[in-house]
Ligand binder design. Structure first.
Ligand code: F6R
Length: 234
């Protein structure tokens, strides 16, 4: 596990966009695992810039998103909509190349990822409680894509995206910890101070069900990008 410290979230986004560029050069039909939330937004902005500058193309690539809410109040609240407006509609993925877990496909989502060739590069944010995807504390490390109940802590953190907070969904379908672990290269980004305890659990280096992110500790190819502000607080 490599810790990489940078000045700003923008610099982190631009640096990871270079990994996308390199991978797409070597493998135009690469498979990406993508995350939603505030953290990857500078990365998606950098990818859009690179696409517009002719540096990258997603025309032969595919993506599998980490998670999706169950019963989001409106279409605009879904992660599919988030990805559409923050990345997909600005770049050239082909129709049908972007996949999301759902109630209907959750039992076959892992198989679909495997059949597509497996995830080459998985992007992750991290929850205050160390969740990755919506794998909350005590999720088994060998879990595959499943229905997850969101903790109150996570609902509170995500209430900012929903009117008044009371409409924040209680459940989501998420890739499991094993689904994530199977990716060939994992990049986890943390850029705000609410993530201090979660990153501490990684620095400690002990696998612990109470901190789902620690399932990544034995993975051979994980990069953790932190802002220097967050690193200083650990
Ligand atoms: C999103 C996801 C979540 C978020 C995490 C951090 O697809 O799987 O694990 O990455 O909740 O969210 P932000 O980036 O909004 O702090």
């Amino acid at each position: 596990m490599r810790f990489i410290i940078m000045d700003t979230p923008k610099e982190i986004g631009e640096t990871i966009a270079k990994d996308f560029e390199e991978l797409l050069k070597k493998k135009p039909d690469a498979i990406f695992g993508l995350a939603t939330g505030s953290t990857p937004l500078p990365l998606y902005a950098a990818l859009i810039e690179d696409y517009k500058a002719g540096k990258i193309s997603f025309k032969d690539a595919k993506s599998f998103n980490l998670d999706e809410y169950v019963n989001a109040p409106k279409e605009e609240d879904t992660y599919r909509y988030f990805m559409k407006t923050n990345l997909f509609e600005h770049v050239d993925f082909k129709e049908g190349a972007n996949h999301f877990p759902s109630f209907e496909n959750m039992k076959t989502y892992d198989k679909s990822i495997d059949e597509a060739g497996g995830i080459d590069l998985q992007i992750l944010g991290i929850g205050r409680d160390g969740h990755v995807g919506f794998n909350e504390p005590d999720t088994p490390f060998d879990s595959l894509t499943h229905l997850a109940e969101l903790t109150e802590n996570t609902r509170e953190a995500n209430a900012r995206f929903f009117k008044g907070g009371e409409e924040t969904p209680h459940e989501a379908i998420t890739m499991g910890l094993k689904t994530i672990y199977k990716a060939r290269h994992i990049i986890l980004i943390a850029s705000d101070l609410t993530k201090v305890d979660a990153i501490r659990s990684l620095k400690k280096g002990v696998k612990d069900l109470a901190w789902p992110c620690t399932s990544l500790l034995t993975h051979p190819n994980v990069d953790i990008y932190l802002t220097k502000e967050l690193f200083a607080a650990i």
